[in-house]
Design a protein around this ligand. Sequence first.
Ligand SMILES: *[C@@H]1O[C@H](CO)[C@@H](O)[C@H](O)[C@H]1NC(C)=O
Ligand SMILES: *[C@@H]1O[C@H](CO)[C@@H](O)[C@H](O)[C@H]1NC(C)=O
Ligand SMILES: *[C@@H]1O[C@H](CO)[C@@H](O)[C@H](O)[C@H]1NC(C)=O
Ligand SMILES: *[C@@H]1O[C@H](CO)[C@@H](O)[C@H](O)[C@H]1NC(C)=O
Length: 956
Amino acid sequence: MTKCPPNPVFLLFLFFRIFLVMALNTTIPINVGVVLDLDTRFGIIRLSCINMALSDFYASHSNYNTRLVLHTRDSARDVVVAADAALDLIKNVEVQAIIGLESSMQANFVIDLGDQAQVPIISFSATSPSLRGSYFFRIAQNDSSQVRAIGALIQAFGWREAVPVSIDNEFGEGLTPYLTTALQEVGAGIPYWSLIPSMATDDQIIEELHRLMSMQTRVFIVHMSPSLGSRFFAKARDIGMMEEGNVWITTNGMTNSFSSSSSSVDIDNMQGVLGIKTNVPNTKELENFRARWQTKFQQDNPTILNVKLDVFGLWAYDAAWALALAVEKVGGTNFSFQKMNSSHNSTDLGSLEVSQGGPELVRELSGTRFKGLSGDFSLINGQLQSSTFQVVNVNDNGERGIGYWTPQNGLVRNINSNRNTNRYSTSNASLGPVIWPGDTILAPRGWQIRTNGTLKVLVPLKQGFEELVSVVYDPSTNTAKVNGGYCIEVFDAVIKALPYPVPYEFYPFANPNGRSAGSYNDLINQVFLGNYDAAVGDITIRANRSLYVDFTLPFTESGISMVVPLKGNDGGKNTWVFLKPLTWDLWVTIGCFFIFIGFVVWFLEHRINEDFRGPPHHQIGTSFWFAFSTMVFAHREQVVSNLGRFVVIIWCFVVLVLTQSYTASLSSILTIQQLQPIVTDVNLLLKNGDNVGYQEGYFIYGILSKLGFKDDKLRTYNSAEELDKLLQNGNENGGISAAFDETPYMKLFLATNCLKYTLVEPTFKADGFALVFQKGSLLTRDVSTAITQVQEGDKMKAIEDKWFKKTESCSNPNTASSYDTLSLESFWGLFIVAGVASSLALLIFAAMFLYEHSHILTCVDSKASFWTRIRQVLRAYDQQDKTWHAYKKSRKEDGVHGIAAVQSSPNTNCLCLRRPSRSSKPNQIEPEIVLEEQEGTTSTQHSDLNPNATELTSIT
Ligand SMILES: *[C@@H]1O[C@H](CO)[C@@H](O)[C@H](O)[C@H]1NC(C)=O
Ligand SMILES: *[C@@H]1O[C@H](CO)[C@@H](O)[C@H](O)[C@H]1NC(C)=O
Ligand SMILES: *[C@@H]1O[C@H](CO)[C@@H](O)[C@H](O)[C@H]1NC(C)=O
Ligand SMILES: *[C@@H]1O[C@H](CO)[C@@H](O)[C@H](O)[C@H]1NC(C)=O
């Protein structure tokens, strides 16, 4: 574009014009085009808003020099008519701006025209986000600004899929990329995008609705014009899609003008619909304007009744206001058109003149800021900044606000309450109560199981292991019937645990002749092909299967186990079997205690009991004999002291417990046959070249061959009975040494065969049994949750107990389990009691003895060394306690004298030991020997026998 320099004549004309304005105090008229669908009530409403905006504006700004002069054209809801009107306005009327262009389609072409002629195009209702142009102003929210609000709603109610239904034109398509992204952000899928032609016939609408009806997803996002939308909902209601279970969300394209346009019939048709609606803050000015506008509109258009102002009217008002403001800022001076040096001027479009004031007007308009009716007016990139929405619910006789959505806070009940928090809420608790289609307050789950509502569940036919799945065949009617089983009952329990009812029917995977209709992979294929919705049974999760169907979480233990026969262990024939009941440390402890008790009894009895006196070897022999004979309670020696009796009686109790335990343990070892698995290692089987078994038609074969088992080593079985027979025959007789299968089968097998076989814990990984659903089925996730719930409760335990019932001998583990060797820990307490009691007795005795003989240690005049004194005490201990003997003897003769004898005992005398003189020969003291010889003599006599060695003085 090249601008021509202003010529002098043109400048002169301008000055003249300004002079005229100044002198005559007249205003400069600025031509502005208005293109609206004046054949609709919307067009008329919006035009009246524009007119009111200008009269309000110039009433409050009467000193302004410019006056907008409107040139109105009717676009008659036609893109070509609108384009023609715009072209006419630019070319012939030389308008400085065009307001209007109601639809995005109309705006699309005119925007380019405006760019060409540098004429701002201001639309307040062309909302498609795809519209762009440097002379295009959108005094409205673009459609993409609401997609996050829709996403938040979808997230709030936990819907996982939604089907957008949009009109098939610029307006509808503009939303596509934005809505797709927004739904992806909240994890919701779009299984289908329904497009309704803008000129669709009723039949076309019904056909599309039937398609929607046949789908699982029950959440629909409707993005269309109010006129098409009203027809669409009427038909949707006719075919029953406004019933319970459906969710309809309308975009603001419909909801914004819902209150102003809809008849009571529309409202009836749309009961329960949720809508996203542009939020306009309610202000006093707005209230005031609504009232004024209502009166004026009724005066001007007495034939149009029941009109209400919608947000588009407010935007129209603000747009006109903003334009008037911007035009005044530019000034009335340089609005003129100039020819362009265009090379192709064969048509009207080619010979467009260019508005001189256009660029400046765009600049001014972009910077315009004021407080408009629809809120704060400010433009960024030519677009109105406004992004809060109201969420409405259509009920009874109109719409009801249930909350708001803002970019900062997400869904909120009240727009002002959450201003300060920065939390983005996507909880439906932030919304008011919603009444859904079908007059229910329960939020629909957003999808249906099947058109028909009944889940078709395929069940495999099994030959053996009928506890898992049982299908019975009735030859008279040629039908198979599902008869129960563990898997079936788990499925029943899981479906019951779902938060919503799911009706279902079982279909056995059987031919009319009662045979299985194929392998498990064929069964999976049937679900994949969509002939059935689900499959239940002993179906293992496998990687290749999960390519075609969806598995839930497993409901059984996982893993592949090996079952091997048990072999008897001849415990009774062992030479050293008598040692087995007790552990070696217990044996050692018992031995030590016998010796200890022997010593204690000797120590307590030595002074007073004839039996424990005599030559040392005799004493030692007697002590041990005494102690060990308590083992069979055969001790004959009398224990005379109370302390000794106390020790012996406690020890006898310990011995009693030990012998009884020993007897019990030994008898159990001798009677119970020890059972042990023959083989516990797969590699051993491979090395020996043993035969192994697996269940026919099962994937275990693949695992076994991968392990290295040759085909001729593999045997198959179909039932527990066959497996039992194979194992019983053993490797030598054409049977098998071990069988591999998934843990549930093996548990079932062992429940009745636990005495013959045992399970070697999971050898290989497998994922366990799971329920099968069609790929992408929305049930899978909920059912998995339900499985977890059932497993956490006691329901699963009850089902398992019922079907994995153990035979009596297996449920009582005592008969089969191994014996327990008695260990030291079992008797620790006993030994502590015995040890403490004996030690206590020892201490008491020693204390008493030392007290009696304390004078020996504490003798004042003694210069004897400590060791000498100790020796002295020991010697005193070794002496027989005469008082006791006197007592005993006298008791035998005459009890009264005995007491007198004790009292008259001279033994209270203290003996002080003098140091042996240096001249005396060492080692002359042989007290023990002397004592032995002189048994029965008093200490005084004793000292007299060795006058050289010691000098004993008697102190009284
Ligand atoms: C023009 O007249 C209006 C009153 O009609 C007056 O308020 C305004 O100040 C006048 N303007 C000029 C430039 O004289
Ligand atoms: C639509 O409006 C939003 C919010 O006003 C804005 O962020 C976005 O850029 C607009 N999109 C387009 C395509 O103009
Ligand atoms: C365009 O129009 C001008 C006069 O209106 C004429 O002189 C010129 O030849 C035309 N150009 C073309 C390419 O037709
Ligand atoms: C609905 O279920 C019934 C049996 O309950 C069946 O006969 C009918 O074919 C099903 N309809 C569809 C469309 O699946």
